[in-house]
Design a protein around this ligand. Structure first.
Ligand SMILES: Cc1cc2nc3c(=O)[nH]c(=O)nc-3n(C[C@H](O)[C@H](O)[C@H](O)COP(=O)(O)O)c2cc1C
Length: 175
C-alpha cells in the first residue's frame, strides 16, 4: 500500500515506552515534521519545546493526571501556540488549528520512524496549561501549551485493540 496512507491508517497512541534513547537526528526529523505543518495565513504560530531532562519529564508526569506516561518516555515534545504571532481579531484562535496540525504531523512522523507517541491534550484546560508550563519552568505567558506528546520506542507487549472506523460519520452532499 502507499506508504503515507499506511502510516496514517496504522498510527495508534502508545503509552508505554522502552528505555531506548532517541537520537538527535530522529528528534530533528520529528521537529521538521511539526515545522512542515500547514498554518493559517502561513503564520506558523507554533513553538516546540523538546524535553529530554528526566527530572522535567517526571515533574510533568506528577502534575498531570492524564500524562503519567511522560515519566517513562525518553522525550516529550510540547507543542505550544505563540499568541504574539496570532492574527488580530476573530482569526486569533486559528493558532489552535496550526498547533493541532503540527501535533498530528509529529505523531505521524513518530509512527513512520518506529516510535510510539500519544497526543495528550493540554489546551484549553486552564489547570493543565498552568501545570505543564510550571513544570517546564520558564514558559512565558504568551506561549500556550496545546499538546504534550510523550515519545519513545514502544514496548512490544503493548496490546492495541483493532481500530473501528465510524463510517456512519461520513455524509455526502449534505448531513
Ligand atoms: C485533543 C486530544 C487530546 C487527547 N488527550 C489525551 C490524554 O490526555 N491522555 C491520553 O492518554 N490520551 C489522549 N489522547 C489520545 C486519545 O485517547 C486517542 O487518540 C484515542 O483514544 C484514539 O486512539 P488512537 O490514537 O490509538 O487512534 C488525546 C487525543 C486528542 C486528539
Amino acid at each position: 500500500m502507499n506508504e503515507t496512507l499506511n502510516t496514517i491508517f496504522n498510527r495508534r497512541s502508545f503509552r508505554k515506552y522502552s528505555d531506548r534513547k532517541i537520537d538527535k537526528k530522529t528528534i530533528d526529523l520529528l521537529i521538521k515534521a511539526g515545522l512542515s505543518a500547514p498554518s493559517n495565513v502561513n503564520k506558523m504560530t507554533w513553538e516546540f519545546i523538546i524535553i529530554d531532562d528526566k527530572k522535567i519529564l517526571e515533574k510533568i508526569a506528577t502534575v498531570t493526571l492524564y500524562g503519567k506516561m511522560t515519566k517513562d518516555a525518553p522525550i516529550a515534545i510540547v507543542v505550544c501556540g505563540n499568541l504574539d504571532r496570532a492574527l488580530p481579531g476573530e482569526g486569533a484562535d486559528f493558532w489552535v488549528q496550526d498547533c493541532s496540525a503540527a501535533t498530528e504531523n509529529i505523531l505521524l512522523a513518530a509512527h513512520s520512524l518506529g516510535l510510539g507517541a500519544v497526543w495528550t491534550g493540554v489546551y484549553p484546560t486552564v489547570d493543565r496549561i498552568r501545570n505543564v508550563s510550571k513544570a517546564i519552568g520558564n514558559v512565558p505567558l504568551n506561549i500556550i501549551p496545546l499538546a504534550l506528546i510523550p515519545i519513545g520506542y514502544p514496548i512490544d507487549e503493548e496490546i492495541l485493540s483493532e481500530k473501528q472506523l465510524p463510517t456512519d460519520r461520513v455524509h455526502y452532499n449534505g448531513f
